[in-house]
Design a protein around this ligand. Structure first.
Ligand code: DHB
Ligand code: FE
Length: 279
């Protein structure tokens, strides 16, 4: 049977992708950020997942004000890097796992989660920067990826509790897939950041550290954190953190924290990164 073995959370700041693509990751500004991913790169080589379910948000690259799915699942064979205005990132095409994606879509919809099925979707920094942070610059990504795009751009985003419950439904779906697959689930975005308005540049380290503590040890508090608290404490784009709760809900009650990294700043953003394993 397929099984979810581990979860990763990481920020997905586009400037990180630009630093990698333009060979600037050895500059003093960037070295402490990338150092926090060295452990993960060694670990993932041994963990060798077959498939990553990658929870991220589209930043008006694939979707627009015309069309705003709350939860979209990518069921295509492949996903092209999106043109975000500076041209698509020079990274490999993202190969999907259409059969498992359709299985998850079917299970979740019959389990009363109304997923939007997407058969053509370009993927932006929200998805490709986490792949670069964890896998570096390979000729081909060494995993199949099932993108799950969550609306956190236009109000109203889903509640944290709904995200958690979707994670549980995804885990049930994976557990009922007959092929023997090692599956990871990643939650991206965050941590505190605000890109607009008078509070642009906001970063709240105590909020972020408490979020990292509780995601592992006491996630019940985070499930019921209201949107307004994310806005006040973590800034308008800090709401991306609800996506981490899909990952955490999918892992279940017991997790072991293998690795934790926090770095401020990367561009305008506080960067947080966790590797969690199911014992
Ligand atoms: C930044 C961070 C993001 O998550 C994003 O999607 C765009 C920009 C930033 O820090 O600049
Ligand atoms: Fe973002």
């Amino acid at each position: 049977m397929a099984r979810i073995t581990a979860g990763i959370t990481t920020s997905h700041v586009p400037a990180i992708g630009a630093a990698i693509d333009n060979n600037r990751s050895a500059e003093p500004y960037w070295t402490p950020l990338f150092a926090g991913y060295d452990w993960t790169r060694r670990w993932i080589a041994g963990a060798a997942p077959d498939v990553v379910i990658l929870v991220y948000n589209d930043h008006a690259s694939a979707f627009s004000m015309d069309f705003i799915p709350t939860f979209a699942i990518g069921c295509a064979e492949a996903f092209q890097p999106a043109d975000e205005g500076w041209g698509p990132r020079p990274v490999p095409v993202v190969k999907g796992h259409a059969d498992l994606a359709w299985h998850i879509a079917q299970c979740c919809i019959l389990d009363e989660f109304d997923m939007t099925i997407v058969n053509k979707m370009d993927v932006d920094h929200g998805l490709t920067v986490p792949l670069s942070l964890v896998f570096g610059q390979p000729d081909d990504w060494p995993v199949r990826v099932i993108p799950i795009a969550v609306n956190v751009v236009i109000y109203p985003p889903p509640s944290g509790n709904r995200c958690w419950m979707l994670g549980e439904a995804i885990a049930r779906a994976v557990a009922s897939y007959p092929e023997d697959l090692n599956v990871q689930i990643w939650g991206t975005g965050g941590m505190s950041h605000q890109l607009q308005g008078p509070r642009a540049g906001l970063i709240n380290q105590p909020f972020d550290q408490a979020f990292l503590d509780d995601l592992t040890a006491d996630p019940a508090r985070l499930r019921h954190l209201p949107h307004i608290d994310y806005l006040r404490e973590a800034g308008s784009e800090g709401i991306e953190l609800v996506m981490w709760l899909i990952m955490r809900g999918a892992l279940g009650a017991d997790v072991r924290q293998l690795h934790r990294h926090y770095h401020v700043p990367a561009s305008n953003t506080a960067v947080g990164h966790l590797v969690l394993e199911k014992p």
